[in-house]
Design a protein around this ligand. Structure first.
Ligand SMILES: *Cc1c(COP(=O)(O)O)cnc(C)c1O
Length: 453
C-alpha cells in the first residue's frame, strides 16, 4: 500500500504545504494573466466550455498530480476578480492579503467551534474579538455568522424567542430580501413593508404603521442599502421604536464598516439603540467570505439557542469549566472565521481600516462628480457610502440593461444594476481601496463606448 498524501497540520504540515502553496500562487498568477480583465470574456457558455476542457474528468480512475495547478489556474482564468478596479458590481470585496493568509492557517489547523476540545484557542479568540467588535458598534456581544443573510435570520429568531411566534417584521421596501425571507422561514406573520420612496425608510410612514399595528413587532432598518448604499434615518427610527416600545434590528451588512472611520462614523448614529445589528466584514471589511456577525444588546439572548449534546457539551463538562459553544450558533461544525478578522483588525488598527473606508468613499464621490459633469450621463444621487448609480442620458431601461450585459460578455467591466425611481440604473459599488481616479475615468469611457457603439 502506498503512503497516504501529506497532511496540512502537525509537525510536517508546513513543509508539505510550502511547495503546494508555490503551485497555487503560480497558478493564480498565470490564470489571472490568461484572463486579461476583470472577468472572463465570452459569457456563460464559453466559460463553461473552457472550464470543462481545461479540467477534464474530475473523478478519474487514477489521480492526477497536476490537479491543483490545473484547477486553480482554471478558477483564476474564469474569475470575476474584485481586485480589478473595473470589477465593481456587487458588495463583493477584494480580500486583504493578510486576511487570506490568516485563513490559510484556519484551513491547516481546522479547528471547529462546536466544542472547546476541538478549538481551545480559537474559542477564546472568538469570545474576545466578538466582544471588541460589538462594543465598537455600541452593543454588548456578537455571534459569528456566514454573512448578512444568516445574521438577519438569527435576529428574527431571537426576536421570536423573546416576543413569541406572533412577532411581526416591519421593514422598509428598501430592506434586504433576506429579512422577509427569514420571516417566511421562521413561520412569522406576513411582514409589513413600509414605503421607502426616496430609497430610505420614511419615518412618518413607520410611525403610522407602528401606531396602527397591534401585537409584538420587530422594526428592521437598513444602514447601507444593497442597491444604493443609503442609510435609513437611524436616530429617528430608534426614537420611534423607543416611543412605541418596539424591538429594533439594524441591518448594517454594508454600512457597518463605517464604524472604523472617524470621518464617516457619525452616519451610524443610532446604531447603539438597536437590539441586534447585522455586520458583514466580507463587504466593507475586506475579508474573504465568510465573515458575518450579529451584534446583540443583550448578551443573554443567545440562551434561546441552547442545545444539549452529550458529546459536545455534557452538563458535567460545562460544570467542570469547559466552555459550552453550541449556543453561539445554529451550526454545529463551524470554522473560526474570527482569525482572519482578528488578524486584520490588529494588523491595520482602527486608523488603517478607517483609511480604507475613507478611500473607497472618496473614490465614490469623485466618480459621482465625474458623472455629474458628463453630459452623456445622469447621476442618481451623491453617494452616502461607496455606491454610485448612473445611467446614460435618455437611454431606455432595456438599453441600460444591455450595456451591462455587453460589458460582462466582453469581459471588460463588471457593473451592477438597480431599479430606483421606477428606472433602471447602472451600479458601481466601489470596495477596492487601490482603485484610483484614472481607473474610474476608464470605467466611464468603457460605458460610454458601449452605449454609443
Ligand atoms: C449583502 C447584504 C445582506 C446579505 O449578506 P450576505 O453576506 O450576502 O448573506 C443583507 N443585508 C444587506 C443590507 C446586504 O447588503
Amino acid at each position: 500500500m502506498s503512503t497516504p498524501p501529506p497532511l496540512a497540520s502537525g509537525p510536517e504540515g508546513p513543509a508539505a504545504l510550502r511547495p503546494l502553496l508555490d503551485t497555487v500562487l503560480d497558478a493564480l498568477a498565470a490564470g489571472t494573466r490568461a484572463r486579461r480583465g476583470p472577468l472572463p470574456a465570452g459569457g456563460p457558455e464559453e466559460v463553461a466550455a473552457r472550464l470543462a476542457l481545461a479540467t477534464g474528468d474530475i473523478l478519474p480512475a487514477t489521480g492526477d498530480p497536476d490537479a491543483l495547478r490545473i484547477l486553480v489556474h482554471a478558477l483564476a482564468a474564469g474569475a470575476a476578480d474584485p481586485a480589478d478596479p473595473l470589477c465593481a458590481a456587487h458588495l463583493h470585496c477584494p480580500p486583504l492579503a493578510v486576511a487570506t493568509a490568516a485563513d490559510l492557517a484556519v484551513s491547516a489547523l481546522n479547528p471547529s467551534l462546536d466544542s472547546w476540545d476541538q478549538a481551545p484557542a480559537a474559542a477564546a479568540l472568538e469570545a474576545r474579538v466578538t466582544r471588541t467588535l460589538a462594543r465598537a458598534a455600541g452593543l454588548a456581544d456578537a455571534l459569528v455568522t456566514t454573512g448578512g443573510t444568516e445574521s438577519n435570520q438569527l435576529a428574527l429568531l431571537l426576536a421570536r424567542e423573546t416576543h413569541g411566534a406572533g412577532v411581526r417584521l416591519v421593514c422598509g421596501a428598501n430592506a434586504h430580501h433576506s429579512l422577509p425571507r427569514a420571516a417566511w422561514l421562521l413561520g412569522l406573520p406576513e411582514p409589513v413593508v413600509v414605503p421607502a420612496p426616496s430609497g430610505t425608510l420614511d419615518p412618518a410612514a413607520l410611525d403610522q404603521a407602528l401606531t396602527t399595528l397591534s401585537g409584538p413587532l420587530l422594526v428592521a432598518a437598513t444602514a447601507g442599502t444593497t442597491d444604493a448604499g443609503l442609510i435609513d434615518p437611524l436616530p429617528e427610527i430608534a426614537a420611534l421604536c423607543a416611543a412605541h416600545r418596539t424591538r429594533l434590528h439594524i441591518d448594517a451588512a454594508y454600512g457597518g464598516g463605517l464604524l472604523f472611520s472617524d470621518r464617516h462614523r457619525d452616519q451610524l448614529a443610532g446604531l447603539e439603540a438597536a437590539d441586534t445589528v447585522t455586520l458583514d466584514l466580507h463587504k466593507l471589511g475586506w475579508q474573504p467570505v465568510a465573515a458575518g456577525l450579529l451584534a446583540l444588546a443583550d448578551p443573554g439572548e443567545p440562551a434561546a439557542l441552547h442545545q444539549s449534546a452529550d458529546y459536545l457539551n455534557a452538563d458535567d463538562d460545562t460544570e467542570a469549566g469547559l466552555p459550552d459553544l453550541l449556543g453561539r450558533s445554529l451550526r454545529t461544525t463551524r470554522r473560526p472565521d474570527i482569525l482572519k478578522i482578528a488578524v486584520t483588525l490588529k494588523t491595520l488598527g482602527r486608523t488603517g481600516l478607517g483609511a480604507l473606508v475613507d478611500q473607497v468613499c472618496a473614490r465614490a464621490r469623485e466618480f459621482a462628480a465625474l458623472i455629474a459633469a458628463h453630459p452623456g450621463f445622469e447621476l442618481y444621487d451623491r453617494p452616502a457610502i461607496s455606491t454610485v448609480l448612473f445611467r446614460p442620458t435618455d437611454a431606455t431601461d432595456a438599453e441600460v440593461a444591455a450595456v451591462r450585459r455587453t460589458l460582462l460578455h466582453e469581459g471588460r467591466a463588471v457593473l451592477g444594476r438597480a431599479r430606483l425611481d421606477g428606472r433602471l440604473w447602472l451600479k458601481a459599488t466601489l470596495l477596492n481601496p487601490r482603485t484610483g481616479p484614472d481607473d474610474l475615468a476608464q470605467l466611464l469611457k468603457l460605458v460610454e463606448g458601449t452605449t454609443t457603439g
